[in-house]
Design a protein around this ligand. Structure first.
Ligand code: ADP
Ligand code: UVW
Ligand code: MG
Length: 398
């Protein structure tokens, strides 16, 4: 078995895969609302279609992880778990999945401030699993790895060069999702299409786009941290840097308060003043103009990035929508694509409304896809690949 762990800022998603010829998912779920009184463990056991939700006491990620392990031990014989695969959002220039060692953990701790929303909690999860299961291999899969191919011009931020040497540059994220989407695109189409000029739009709570040519990332909307690019559920996306100075000077805002403002209070939540959840906003947009404006901003900015990346790619052949919003919100896809006919994007509104896999018309120059992403399966595949290669490698730590 391979256990996958995807630790977010307020949730831990998990899946258990049986290693057969293919990877067979046995169970999956998530602990959500960590740190609140509404914390619960939702799970589905695939064999008997058992779907349940249990309220739990999870005041932080450590409590949540220990609850998860206790529950998994009851459900599953843990001796059959060969490896635990973690999604790690920030991995600097690491290009491959890696076995966790003390050195790697120390390195990740050093760059923790590069992604304060994800890394500290992800590290905590690795440590908890290590404490409870010191013998089980833990393997980390980096979201940043997909974008290491970006050219220097896309990685440079226009601040003094000395900061680049300190690691302050564009990295880009959602790489496990993008790798999965590229595999799916190849499976659904052909080699030629998968090597064409592609924009991948991962629109979830965190949202980003990537410009991909010949299977390689050329640019992406997220940067040094996952706070930049598109407006998100509660994150600002790109922001005039002068706003930081102004708030610090005029409102005596501290670094900690500013971090909270840009990551927790902004985006859809900040504009609507009610919710960072797209579905909730769509339910009230007819009666609440703030919700409608938040949705408009999200669609407007996504459209701008599509235009920008079409220029980067010098044309566009394929557009892929994914993530909770990209997969399930036809009105949002429609609003994003509205007016982009001049780029060759033409939606078939019936297929779009039905969330079909191909939502562009027959004659649309750009093929538009809706593909359900699967970061968990990608982690399991990468872990399985590393386990298999380790059988051949004597250097791999047993
Ligand atoms: N049917 C739907 N209509 C509109 N938005 C939806 C729908 N289903 C999910 N979403 C939105 O998707 C977002 C969550 O995306 P997801 O990829 O699941 O997030 P996460 O980054 O937490 O994995 C939320 O804003 C949610 O409202
Ligand atoms: C990279 C990132 O923003 O991840 P998530 O969408 O899971 O928060
Ligand atoms: Mg996500």
């Amino acid at each position: 078995m391979i256990l996958t762990i995807n630790g977010g800022s307020s949730s831990i998603k998990f899946s258990l895969y049986k290693i057969n010829e293919s990877l067979q998912k046995m169970l999956f779920g998530e602990i959500e609302n960590i740190g609140t009184a509404k914390a619960k463990l939702n799970f589905t056991i695939i064999a008997d279609q058992q779907k349940k939700s249990l309220p739990i006491d999870a005041k932080d990620h450590s409590h949540a992880a220990n609850h998860l392990i206790d529950w998994l031990e009851k459900e599953q014989d843990f001796t059959s778990v060969k490896a635990i695969g973690h999604r790690i959002v920030h991995g600097m220039e690491h290009t491959e999945p890696e076995l966790i060692t003390d050195e790697l953990l120390t390195e990740l701790k050093k760059i923790s401030a590069f992604d304060p929303e994800h890394l500290p909690e992800e590290i905590k999860l690795i440590e908890i699993f290590k404490k409870r299961y010191p013998k089980i291999k833990q393997i980390v899969c980096f979201d940043t790895a997909f974008h290491t191919s970006m050219p220097l011009v896309a990685k440079l931020l226009s601040i003094p060069r000395r900061y680049y040497e300190k690691g302050i540059r564009r990295y880009g994220f959602h790489g496990l999702s993008y790798t999965y989407l590229m595999e799916e695109l190849k499976r659904l189409t052909d080699e030629e299409t998968a090597n064409s000029k592609i924009i991948l739009a991962h629109l979830g709570s965190g949202a980003s786009l990537a410009a991909v040519k010949n299977g390689k990332s050329l640019d992406t909307s997220m940067g040094f941290t996952p706070t930049s690019g598109l407006p998100m559920s509660t994150r600002t996306g790109d922001l005039d840097p002068g706003v930081a100075w102004y708030l610090m000077k005029e409102e005596n805002m501290t670094a900690k308060e500013f971090n909270h403002l840009i990551n927790q209070e902004s985006g859809l939540l900040g504009i609507s003043e009610t919710s960072g959840d797209m579905r909730e906003l769509m339910n009230v947009e007819d009666t609440d103009s703030r919700a409608a404006e938040a949705i408009d901003l999200f669609c407007y900015q996504t459209k701008k990035w599509i235009g920008s990346f079409t220029a980067v790619l010098e044309g566009l052949d394929v557009l892929v929508f994914s993530g909770g919003i990209g997969e399930h919100a036809p009105e949002v896809r429609s609003k994003i694509c509205d007016g982009l006919e001049f780029l060759g994007i033409e939606l078939d509104e019936i297929n779009n409304m039905n969330n079909r896999t191909i939502i562009s018309t027959e004659k649309s120059k750009v093929k538009v896809f809706v593909i359900q992403t699967n970061e968990e399966l990608m982690i399991a595949k990468l872990v399985n690949g590393l386990l298999n290669s380790s059988v051949k490698s004597e250097n791999f730590i047993k």
